[in-house]
Design a protein around this ligand. Structure first.
Ligand code: BGC
Length: 343
């Protein structure tokens, strides 16, 4: 395919020392046509606090490098996301960055883009079974391992509840894979028992609340740890624990280091979260988009199989946060002191 001939995405083996990122492009970089490079950013949602940061930081980086940026948000609707992406292609974007609502359905966006010779970057969530050009995310399977590792170190025995994210988001699957890498040996040793193992549709807190209530009812309140895949679902689980008078007594994991979760960690009702710095994600995505739009190579450090091919990837390291190190998010400028401590 033409796009494949034109693109030289440099792969370095995962075992290699992390390759230095290409230096950022600037407003002076030539665009493939008169005027600035045109980037389209197709987002699933702005529901979780983190996505608002993604949007703002992508906008900021696009401005810094002199790109023209279109952002569309589908609010969890696949048909809307597909239409919005098609509209951006019709308007003539040079490159698409897509955070898919449904990792399978979004393959059609890649096909439509490639028909026009437009490269596509899969952002945060993997677009499955497609010829997508690049994947930029955090180390998602590793996040699942970090959540489970933390839980197992602090609660080596007992009843566990696993609350996954949306089953249409491949991140939810990777997280569960990572969690089970760590938990399976403990299950096999009969140290822990997984008494509930479900996925919360659309990453909904209400679903997590219901899953937790069911688990509490079924075990007569005998739950020792809840491995919630993100902070939204952790919040739902904690509401159910609060109603049962168990908040702070059951270990609860999370992900995103969002403001309410940080406050729950300080208060003691949520035990940990995973902090994923968003700025390197956004900067890498925009910088790579500039290069792909200009048919230049992008240095990558990893690869991930999406069912169709090994997709070259840039994966950023996550950081586990509990009461002992909440300040990393403040030092990093992600939160203010007031965000975390309330005042
Ligand atoms: C993201 C998480 C987010 C979740 C719900 C996942 O794909 O990686 O950061 O909390 O979606 O939006």
């Amino acid at each position: 395919m033409r796009i494949l001939r034109l693109l030289f995405v440099l792969l370095t083996a995962a075992s290699c020392v992390k390759a230095p990122q290409e230096t950022s492009t600037t407003a002076a970089t030539p665009s493939p046509h008169a005027g600035p490079v045109r980037i389209g950013f197709s987002m699933d949602t702005l529901k979780e606090e983190r996505w608002q940061r993604d949007k703002q930081l992508i906008e900021q980086r696009a401005k810094e490098v002199g790109a023209h940026l279109d952002v569309e948000v589908a609010n969890g609707d696949d048909a809307v996301q597909t239409n919005q992406a098609e509209n951006m292609l019709t308007k003539g974007v040079d490159v698409l960055i897509v955070a898919p609502h449904n990792g399978e359905i979004a393959a059609s966006i890649v096909e439509a883009a490639h028909r026009k010779g437009v490269p596509v970057i899969s952002y945060d969530r993997l677009i499955r079974n497609s010829d997508v050009d690049l994947y930029i995310s955090h180390q998602v399977e590793r996040i699942g391992e970090m959540q489970a590792d933390y839980a197992l170190k602090h609660v080596p025995k007992g009843n566990y509840v696993l609350i996954g994210g949306s089953p249409t988001d491949y991140n939810a699957i990777l997280l569960r894979k990572g969690q089970m890498n760590i938990l399976k040996p403990a299950v096999d040793r009969h140290d822990i028992k997984i008494i509930s193992d479900q996925f919360a549709r659309e990453w909904k807190a209400e679903e997590a609340l219901r899953i937790t209530e069911d688990a509490l009812t079924r075990t007569g309140n005998k739950i020792q740890a809840i491995v919630a895949s993100n902070d939204g679902t952790a919040g739902g689980a904690i509401s159910a624990l609060e109603a049962a008078g168990l908040a702070g007594k059951v270990l609860v994991t999370g992900q995103d280091a969002q403001k309410d979760a940080m406050q729950r960690i300080v208060k003691g009702t949520q035990t940990m979260t995973i902090y994923k710095p968003i700025k390197p994600l956004a900067d890498n995505a925009v910088d790579a988009a500039m290069k792909l739009a200009q048919k230049q190579p992008v240095a990558t450090t990893d690869k991930i199989n999406n069912g169709k091919k090994d997709v070259p990837a840039i994966l950023i390291a996550p950081i586990a946060v509990d009461k002992s190190n909440v300040d990393v998010t403040i030092k990093d400028g992600y939160h203010t002191h007031q965000d975390v401590y309330g005042q």
